[in-house]
Design a protein around this ligand. Structure first.
Ligand SMILES: NC(=O)c1ccc[n+]([C@@H]2O[C@H](COP(=O)([O-])OP(=O)(O)OC[C@H]3O[C@@H](n4cnc5c(N)ncnc54)[C@H](OP(=O)(O)O)[C@@H]3O)[C@@H](O)[C@H]2O)c1
Length: 284
């Protein structure tokens, strides 16, 4: 049985990967920066490590066959961390992004994209067996983007409301990750993962209102106005990346794949189902 190390297991996707792996009885270890704060399933062994402190990776990687990697650390730490991972493990499943998909939502140049390309290129030349997961927009973005406004009142102010995306449930990304971590046959695969449906941002906010039983006033604001407001909830680089991507994708249906179903043999969860399961987080 593969011994698996999950890096990023306290985050949106990694926490789902850990709980799904724990349910399979796999041998799982989580590398976390603060073991005291991590609330992880009891079957998971927790080890302290930090991607920006490469010497801390050795004990985390000792005896590990397969690594699940979420990267949100600075670019300067990429090369030394991957060097250590490649020394110990045989296989890596990297949570990437749809950087090769010819849809305007995914093709705007940005600094994050350059880092993802760097990580992938180092993995490809590392000798590791690799699988890249390329999810589109997360359904969970709604928690950062809209939940604060919805908890505070009945109005949501947002730019590019007509732009559609196909929001994906983090449990579906994790389900594909678990297959790639535990099964053979995923080497060299690049899985572009989306939710099942193209839905405008307006329809996504309306869905939240419908599910939680509130009628929302959804107001389009200009990209310039949005830039100021979004800077309160995300870094400037992420704001520019999103505003540019939405502008580029205006007038196009979202890119939708069947990969979740193809790999897991279960249909990708609808956005309304994701909202139903997170309804409490939108209520005041
Ligand atoms: N949001 C989207 O729509 C979207 C779409 C496509 C791709 N992606 C990609 O998805 C990734 C983010 O996934 P996510 O939302 O699941 O992540 P997340 O919730 O932001 O969690 C990040 C994880 O990385 C850990 N981490 C951060 N810095 C670390 C370090 N120096 N050493 C060790 N661990 C560290 C965090 O641990 P702590 O608990 O210690 O902070 C946390 O577990 C990004 O690479 C993003 O580009 C996102």
């Amino acid at each position: 049985m593969n011994r698996i190390l999950v890096i990023g297991g306290t985050g949106t996707v990694g926490s789902q990967v850990l709980s799904q792996l724990a349910a399979t009885g796999a041998q799982v270890r989580a590398m976390v920066r603060d073991p005291g704060a991590a609330r992880l399933p009891p079957q998971v062994a927790v080890v302290r490590g930090d991607l920006t402190l490469p010497e801390t990776l050795n004990s985390c990687l000792d005896g590990i066959d397969v690594v699940f990697l979420v990267w949100t650390a600075p670019a300067a730490a990429v090369a030394p961390a991957l060097e250590r991972i490649a020394k110990h493990a045989r296989r890596i499943v990297f949570l990437s992004a749809p950087i090769k998909t010819a849809h305007p939502l995914f093709q705007e140049p940005n600094p994050l994209r350059a880092m993802v390309e760097q990580i992938e290129s180092l993995i490809e030349t590392s000798g590791l067996e690799w699988t890249f997961l390329r999810p589109g927009m997360y359904a969970a973005n709604a928690l950062n983007w809209w939940a604060p406004q919805i908890r505070a009142g009945d109005a949501v102010r947002w730019p590019h409301l007509a732009v559609p995306t196909a929001p994906i449930d983090e449990r579906d990304i994790a389900a594909v990750a678990v297959r790639a971590l535990c099964e053979e046959g995923h080497a060299g695969a690049e899985y572009v993962l989306t939710g099942p449906q193209s839905l405008s941002q307006f329809d996504q906010v309306s869905t939240i209102g419908r599910v939680i039983g509130r009628s929302m006033r959804i107001e389009e604001i200009s990209p310039d106005e949005a830039r100021q407001e979004l800077l309160n909830i995300m870094p400037a680089g992420a704001v520019s990346m999103l505003l540019n991507a939405w502008a580029a994708a205006s007038g196009q249906p979202a890119f939708v794949t069947s990969t979740v179903r193809d790999i897991t043999r279960m249909p990708a969860r609808a956005f309304a189902d994701w909202v139903t399961d997170h309804a409490a987080e939108f209520r005041a």
